[in-house]
Design a protein around this ligand. Structure first.
Ligand code: AMP
Length: 189
């Protein structure tokens, strides 16, 4: 099962991914987490991406595609993969198709968590207060949201046309969203 959890920043992708990891043994591939880990380790890669991340920009396709490729190999044979925060551009989506195809696989389902901008801003303001993530400050967040609409939202019609897109009300409670995701996965399996 190759599942993309899709949606703007703070839509709840990470929360739902973590639950699926616990309940179904899927592997969560979050490029945001991978990049934050690279930064925390002080690696050359981490240093290279720090400024872009802090400013709310997108790291190059080349870098995130290489991270995903590596993790697909490390976890070959896993029960399923949840792509969280990836793909974020048409180039990344194309690359993902290629990476999966070369392993005899494909994107099985894309679940889009639909949340309006006011709710996103409210969530991220709370997260900023609680966790202090630099890129959650309101100014940087609006840049991230802008990038989402510009570069990432164009993937919605692409996956819809392929018949793999399910839209879920991301404003519902965490439990309700979880139920809607499980129902979509049951249909996919
Ligand atoms: P996230 O935790 O997914 O919101 O990611 C935090 C930041 O990491 C983003 O604002 C980007 O700067 C960078 N990032 C994460 N995933 C990607 C991706 N797939 N493509 C480009 N940049 C990414």
């Amino acid at each position: 099962m190759n599942l993309i959890l899709f949606g703007p920043p703070a839509a709840g992708k990470g929360t739902q991914a973590k639950r699926l990891v616990e309940e179904k043994g899927f592997i969560q591939l979050s490029t945001g987490d991978m990049l934050r880990a690279a930064r925390a380790s002080g690696s050359e890669l981490g240093q290279r991406v720090a400024k872009i991340m802090d400013e709310g920009g997108l790291v190059s396709d080349e870098i995130v595609i290489a991270l995903i490729d590596e993790q697909l190999t490390v976890h070959a044979g896993a029960a399923g993969f949840i792509f969280d925060g990836f793909p974020r551009t048409v180039g990344q989506a194309d690359a993902l198709d290629g990476l999966l195809d070369s392993r005899g696989e494909q994107v099985n389902r894309v679940i889009r968590l639909v949340v309006d901008d006011a709710q996103l801003l409210a969530r991220v303001t709370k997260r900023f207060e609680e966790q202090g993530r630099k890129d959650d400050n309101p100014e940087t967040f609006s840049k991230r949201l802008e990038k989402y609409y510009e570069d990432t939202a164009p993937l919605v019609p692409i996956y819809a046309e392929r018949g793999v897109l399910t839209e879920v009300d991301g404003m519902a409670s965490i439990e309700e969203v979880a139920g809607l995701i499980d129902a979509a996965l049951k249909e996919t399996a």
